[in-house]
Design a protein around this ligand. Structure first.
Ligand SMILES: *[C@@H]1O[C@H](CO)[C@@H](O)[C@H](O)[C@H]1NC(C)=O
Ligand SMILES: *[C@@H]1O[C@H](CO)[C@@H](O)[C@H](O)[C@H]1NC(C)=O
Length: 405
């Protein structure tokens, strides 16, 4: 349900430019990598914390290709980028107190940030400028923008995050599942709305697009999602669970899960679901947590933080659609396949695309992953008119139990 209409506020979602886009991403990828190596080489060699020869060994091991390229202009890069001291403090290689560690194959540890962080030095400086040991600035919007641009994971900070002055604790289970939490459990600075009633009413009272605009109304559409059938694109949860032996779907992930209703419905069936969500003009993560299920604040760009062959089910509704660059989507599908255990289910719920895209692009793309089709329903998306030839696919896909590799 998240990003239901994401494509509406993307610049030109219906005019794919495959070649130029791919080239652009390739360029971005290359330049990003080179820049990172460039910078990191510089950090290590100038960091007082690391013995320069060990650091140099570590670098040459991981960056053999770019090593020669990056060496000559170290000082120039340092001056132009002018990175904030707290960023350097966090990302510098840190010497391990007990020396060489065989798991890491190193006597240093290098805390990670998204490689594009340094491409946005101004935002990064604002984000990393704060009083050490003090309160962080109330800068959720800045942080999220930086993250969505690709600075993910964000660097850690040494300060306390903004919090409501008089926090109110959540309702107890199971009341919390379907009760709007207290306004005092949220810092509202980053959002147009300043309380939950405003979010509940915004479908009726506010013009313009908002991500998951009607989601906060727990008595509205949320109440019936995945329990009643609207069209044949809606698979009821119980039908999906019935595909497998009772009780064997136990843990999973909902990608871009709005206010966490999928996780709540699954929790009512003793299935534990983690819900990824951004806070796009609403406190989605706080809301999900207040309901009593686990929010995870990662964008769709991130490698999923689960090990191979571990989850029973991955669900995603609306988020994965034609607004995502095709190559990125291909990587995403493979990542989902990776984290699913053999026999695990991928429920692709209302994947959106237009006209010939399904046959030309998305069906082959999905077929290439290696899933078995359990259910595959294609239907028209009519909310903006039939002439746009918009369509949905809802699919239930299974990772093969045998020879999934
Ligand atoms: C923050 O706390 C640490 C640990 O006590 C201390 O070493 C450091 O000097 C403090 N920094 C500032 C800027 O107060
Ligand atoms: C969930 O688990 C509890 C405790 O094991 C059990 O009593 C309950 O019947 C289960 N509910 C469902 C829907 O399976």
């Amino acid at each position: 349900m998240h990003v239901v209409q994401y494509h509406k506020h993307m610049e030109s979602p219906h005019k794919p430019k495959p070649l130029s886009t791919s080239l652009f991403y390739l360029f971005l990828l290359l330049s990003t990598n080179l820049l990172t190596l460039f910078i990191s080489t510089n950090f290590y060699s100038s960091s007082s914390l690391c013995a320069s020869d060990t650091a140099a060994t570590a670098i040459s091991a991981s960056t053999t290709t770019a090593h020669t390229v990056t060496h000559p202009n170290l000082d120039d890069s340092r001056n132009t980028l002018d990175l904030p001291p707290e960023f350097l403090a966090f990302t510098s290689a840190q010497k391990l107190p007990f020396g060489f560690n065989t798991n890491m194959d190193s006597d240093h540890i290098i805390p990670p940030v998204g490689s594009p962080c340094t491409l946005f030095p101004n935002e990064l400086r604002r984000y990393m400028t704060y009083k050490v040991n003090g309160s962080c600035p109330d800068d959720e919007l800045l942080a999220q923008k930086l993250l969505l641009k690709g600075c993910e994971p964000l660097p850690r900070r040494r300060c306390r995050p903004a919090a409501p002055p008089e926090y109110v604790e959540p309702y107890p289970l199971p009341t919390s599942f379907w009760t709007t939490p207290s306004d005092k459990s949220v810092v509202w600075t980053a959002y147009t709305c300043k309380n939950y009633q405003c979010l509940i009413d915004r479908m009726k009272t506010q013009k313009g697009f908002d991500d998951c605009k009607d989601c906060f109304d727990l008595l509205g559409r949320e109440k019936v999602r995945w329990t009643t059938v609207g069209t044949n694109l809606d698979f009821p949860i119980d039908e999906v669970l019935a595909v497998k032996k009772p009780g064997t779907i136990r843990i999973g992930l909902d990608i871009g899960g709005g206010v966490g209703t999928f996780a709540i419905r699954m929790k009512e069936r003793n299935v534990t679901i983690i819900t990824t969500s951004m806070n796009l003009n609403g406190p989605f993560n706080n809301f999900i947590a207040a309901r009593g299920v686990i929010p995870m604040y990662i964008s769709i760009s991130q490698r999923l933080p689960f090990f191979d062959n571990t989850l029973d089910i991955v669900h995603s509704m609306h988020v994965m659609s034609n607004w995502i660059p095709t190559t990125m989507l291909h990587f995403m599908f493979f990542d989902i396949y990776r984290v699913l255990r053999p026999g695990g289910l991928f429920w692709l719920d209302h994947f959106f695309c237009v006209g010939d895209q399904l046959e030309d692009v998305y069906a082959p793309l999905i077929n290439s992953i290696g899933f078995k089709r359990v259910k595959w329903v294609v239907g028209p998306k009519l909310d903006r008119g039939a002439e746009l030839r918009e369509m949905y696919i809802s699919a239930l896909l299974e990772k093969p139990l045998k020879n999934s590799w």
